[in-house]
Ligand binder design. Structure first.
Ligand SMILES: *Cc1c(COP(=O)(O)O)cnc(C)c1O
Length: 391
């Protein structure tokens, strides 16, 4: 316990300078906020068990890694570490604009799409405003809302026994939850942690119901991984007709570059310009800019990783299903799986065997675990450990 002494030299009463006290000094939104839960302490586990003894399937990383061209680009950048990166990220934005057939002024780069989602909250919502998202929607949506001091309206998802898309976004209910106070709607397609998705017609119908004044965010972190024949529509073709719509993408998943922290937003040039006002000037570092540009040039590697993921996703889902476990449909690189009332115990027993999955209690799905689809070998090791634990 120490005594707070003001600048005027007077004591202001006794209190510990602890988290509770500093929280009381924080803005209203931050007072109610809890920090993002990244799951297990993997760094400590790697030290304790050795990386070779771990099967890390908790963070939806890409086990095939990035394009070799991305690694080479980073090595080339090592000559320039004393320089600030290009504050505009112009080369990467040009490459992204060409890939997606949009104008360079429609693209904003972020230190991961996480940063962009937080910034959207800060820019467009504040105290008294509402932000709408789905239950079981990506955790950062709630964080971005609370950090901005806005009020979250969480709309019930489709029921777990829905015939078409269990636990999926209920777009009609989300549209109905939009009010005169709503500033932002966060959607994820496909969504994490459910793996669920919705189609282009459903999205078009939704957008027709939502007033222009409301900014609609489509988080498309897993878009590259959706099967070509699945109706998991990207919002991209709808941007022209709906300037209030934007989408976010990331290099963390299909491109295998989670360690670099690069995401991007595509939206109306005016929206990007307003977001720029709050962007930290050098938010994406030089090696990351170069590596992502190189990764975009290697479509073959991207297609290899996505094809292997799709193949392993189907195989793993079938294997888990054969064990009597309920596996939710997914167009991502993870599966949401129901383990019933013994879930916490099963998860702990798997961790004891070096198999790391993501508990879902924080999402209100305590009977589920989220399992990243690994390589053939990782999935085999997961299933072997699971068979021991379930026996
Ligand atoms: C992984 C993920 C992201 C990506 O986050 P980054 O900050 O770009 O690594 C964004 N949205 C969802 C739904 C995700 O699952």
């Amino acid at each position: 316990m120490s005594q707070a002494v003001g600048r005027d030299g007077h004591a202001h009463g006794e209190h510990a300078f602890d988290e509770a006290w500093f929280a009381s000094r924080a803005s209203a939104g931050v007072q109610r906020l809890r920090a993002y839960d990244p799951g297990h302490d993997l760094v400590a586990m790697r030290k304790r068990l050795g990386e070779a003894n771990l099967v890390e399937l908790g963070s939806n990383e890409n086990p095939y890694g990035p394009s070799p061209a991305a690694r080479d680009a980073i090595v080339a950048q090592l000559q320039a570490l004393h320089r600030y990166p290009d504050p505009l990220g112009a080369d990467l934005k040009r490459a992204l604009a060409a890939k997606h057939g949009v104008d360079i002024a429609q693209i904003l780069l972020g230190n991961g799409s996480h940063e962009l989602l937080m910034q959207l909250g800060q820019v467009f919502a504040g105290p008294g405003d509402e932000v709408v998202c789905s239950r079981y929607g990506f955790a950062v949506f709630a964080l971005a809302t609370q950090a901005a001091g806005a009020t979250l309206r969480m709309v019930d998802a489709l029921p777990g026994d829905d015939a078409t898309m269990p636990l999926g976004h209920d777009l009609d209910a989300i549209a109905k939850a939009v009010s005169a106070r709503t500033k932002l709607v966060f959607l994820a397609n496909p969504n994490n942690p459910t793996g669920t998705w919705f189609g282009r017609q459903a999205l078009a119908t939704f957008l027709a119901q939502v007033p222009d004044e409301v900014i609609v965010v489509m988080d498309e972190a897993y878009a590259e991984m959706a099967d070509a024949d699945a109706d998991a529509a990207s919002a991209l073709p709808l941007l022209g007709a709906h300037p209030n719509l934007l989408l976010t993408r990331t290099f963390s998943k299909a491109y295998g570059l989670a360690g670099l922290r690069v995401g991007y937003l595509i939206g109306a040039p005016g929206l990007v310009a307003v977001m720029e006002r709050l962007r930290e000037s050098f938010n994406v570092n030089g090696p990351a800019l170069a590596a992502c540009e190189a990764a975009l040039g290697d479509e073959e590697h991207l297609h290899m990783a996505c094809a292997r993921n799709a193949e392993q996703r189907a195989a793993l889902a079938a294997q888990l299903g054969q064990r009597g476990l309920r596996v939710y449909p997914s167009q991502t690189n993870f599966l949401l799986v129901e383990f019933g009332p013994r879930t916490a115990r099963i998860e702990a027993d798997l961790v004891a065997r070096g198999v790391v999955l993501r508990p879902m209690g924080g999402y209100g799905l305590p009977h589920c675990l989220r399992i990243t689809v690994g390589t053939v070998d990782e999935n085999r090791r997961l299933l072997a450990a699971l068979d021991e634990v379930l026996a």
